[in-house]
Every structure is written in C-alpha cells, then in structure tokens.
Ligand binder design. Structure first.
Ligand SMILES: [Zn+2]
Ligand SMILES: [Zn+2]
Ligand SMILES: [Zn+2]
Length: 364
C-alpha cells in the first residue's frame, strides 16, 4: 500500500489528498469562528431559504453547521418551516415555540392527517411534556392515519432520543453532555480515552485481530456523566463489526470485557495488515471542552462520547439483552475517523445497570 503525506499537516495517509483531520477542521472552523452577527445573518439566510432546506444544499449545510458547532436556537427557523409546511428534517423543530408545537398537535388531531409520520418525528424532537403527552394520547386512541405508519406513535419518541418506561414515564436515551474526540499527538493523550488499541486475541468468526475500539476512564471528570465505575474497554472485531447484526460486550467494574457477535454475515476477513495498522495508529484524544449536544451533525464526520446521535438510517435504540430496557447512547463513531474513506457509523449503547454495551453499525 502506497503511503502519502497530507499537504496540510504532513500526517502519513494512504491516498493522495487532504487527510480526514484537516478536512474536519476546515469544515468546522467556518462556523466556529463566525461572529455573533454572522451567526444571526446566517440564521436569517436559512429562514429566507427555508424552502430549499430539503435540497441538502446551502441552507441545509448552514443549518447543520450552526446547530452542531454553535448550538443555535432554532425557534425562528421552526416558525418559518412550519409556515411553509416543511416538516423535515425534524431537528429544525428542536426549539419550536409552544404555539408551533400546539399547531402540530392540532394537525395530528385531524383523522386524515397526511403528514403524521413527519409531524410525530418533529414532536418527538421538541420532546417536552406536552409533546410527549400528545404522542401518548395518539397511541392510546389511534386515529385513522395510524394505519399508514410503520411505527406506533410512541416508537416515534426515539426520533427525539426518548422512550417510555413500563409506567409510561419518559426516559432519555441520549446525554446532553457531549465530548468530541479530536486529532491529537501522542503527548496530548491523557488516558481518559483511547481509540482502537490493538489486542492479541483474534475473532473466532473471521480470524481478524481484535481491537479495543474505545477505552474510557470513567473516573475522568469529563466522563463522569456516564456513571461508569472505572475503566471500560470495548473490544470489537474491526472486520465483523460492520458485517453482523450487532456486537455485544459485557464488562466488569475492574476493566475486563468480553465480546460476542450476533448473527455474523461472513467468515472472510477483509481487513488487511495495512488497514489494521491505519486503524490502530488512530490518534484521537478527548477534547478538553464539551461540544454542543448535536455535534454529530457537523459538516464532517466525527467521533463523540455522549451527545445526540445522527442516525444514518432509522433510529435504532437497542433493548438491553439482559434487562430488556432501552439502552442509552454511549458513543457514535464515524468509521471515517479511524479508517479514512470508509462508510457509516458505529453506535455504541450502554446499560450501566447490567454492564453491557451493544454496538450496531449503520450505513447508507
Ligand atoms: Zn492533514
Ligand atoms: Zn471477525
Ligand atoms: Zn440492562
């Protein structure tokens, strides 16, 4: 495999062009360095261009950039989108006003509502007590539009990272605290997080050497929101993790872990030595400062601990294999952040009561 150097940072890479780290930095820089005035002007431009939001072009990119890097208040954007009957993407409605929320509920109260699916997603994204109560009511007394939906109304709560427990109480499935893993040199590493450390054991399915894709030190102040007892190691087979239904990791308070593949699709190892070397040479370190909760919606792929997920496909919160309750999002890793030009994301979900992590891969 030929080795090249990134023209911006000099890092060794395996293709000609700017490396992932530099692409990510450049994309975020634009939004991070905007003055307050520029942010306000860009929000006005998003509002003026709201009818183009689904073209995934300027308005959409600016919206994501400002949501992820600047945590903007979306109330005025929600107002503009609602006035034009635009109900997608639901993140537009994160900070929608009570009047927009109530108007959405009234639309859903019409038996023949044609946008029920999208409206339920938006209500879930608003996710306040009134929105959740309305969704519960639509679940208990279904209207004719229910027939046309794949999910029941309460399942849409997952679009807002919520679910209901057995008593009908709201449970949050994602953390508001969010820390990005950023490119760093070895000397920056403080041991709070390590990514893709090589292991000696091999996958029984395909023979590929395993990696601890993520090792977290729960005693680090920044990670205290996770409620971990100590060090958590998450071993995966880098080959099978994308080629199976899911991986299940069980861990102990003293830092031991074991991994199990559920329904592997292949037994061939596609990860060559060079790719394994690239993966295990990943140098990501835990950011010193927290990022906004929607940092996954960045213009470039990122690796985050906590925060809100950006699903590649439908929301896929897993049931804990031991207690059956919905698991919580621990981390989302774009494969691109550890192996350049790979696709999809790995969603790591945790049940700290049962000490289980489940990993699911999603790809377009
Ligand atoms: Zn670079
Ligand atoms: Zn494997
Ligand atoms: Zn559990």
């Amino acid at each position: 495999m030929a080795v090249y150097h990134c023209p911006d940072c000099g890092r060794e890479i395996y293709f000609k062009g700017v490396c992932y780290y530099c692409r990510m930095k450049a994309a975020q820089e634009r939004y991070r360095t905007m003055s307050g005035e520029e942010v306000a002007r860009t929000v006005r431009e998003i509002i003026d261009g709201i009818e183009t939001i689904q073209e995934w072009d300027k308005a959409y990119k600016d919206f994501r950039g400002l949501l992820s890097c600047r945590d903007i208040d979306t109330e005025a954007i929600a107002e503009a989108a609602f006035a034009k009957k635009i109900y997608y993407p639901p993140t537009l409605y994160r900070d929608a006003s009570a009047s927009v929320r109530d108007a959405m509920i009234r639309l859903l109260e019409q038996p023949d509502c044609g946008d029920a699916g999208h409206l339920l997603m938006c209500l879930a994204r608003i996710g306040d007590g009134t929105a959740v109560e309305a969704i519960k009511k639509f679940e208990a007394d279904p209207l004719p539009w229910r027939e046309k939906l794949y999910w029941s109304p309460s399942q849409y709560l997952m679009c807002g990272d919520l679910c209901l427990d057995g008593d009908g109480k709201t449970v949050r499935l994602a953390y508001e605290q969010c820390y990005a893993l950023l490119p760093g040199a070895e000397q920056d590493a403080d041991g709070a997080v390590t990514v893709a450390s090589p292991r000696d054991d091999v996958c029984p399915q395909c023979g590929c050497k395993l990696v601890d894709i993520l090792t977290l030190d729960g005693r680090d102040e920044r990670l205290s929101f996770l409620g971990l007892e100590g060090r958590l190691r998450i071993p995966i087979c880098p080959n099978c993790a994308t080629l199976c239904e899911k991986s299940v990791v069980r861990y102990t308070p003293d830092g031991d872990s074991s991994a199990e593949l559920i329904e592997a699709f292949v037994d061939e190892n596609y990860i060559g030595e060079a790719q394994y070397a690239e993966l295990t040479n990943t140098s990501l370190v835990l950011a010193g400062e927290a990022s906004p909760p929607y940092f996954q919606f960045c213009p470039e792929d990122v690796f985050t601990i906590g925060g809100r997920p950006e699903w590649v496909q439908d929301p896929q919160y897993e049931d804990c294999p031991d207690c059956g309750r919905k698991m919580k999002l621990l981390a989302q890793m774009s494969w691109n952040t550890v192996m350049d030009y790979t696709e999809g994301s790995l969603f790591m979900q945790i049940c700290t009561d049962c000490r289980v992590v489940v990993l699911v891969h999603q790809q377009t």
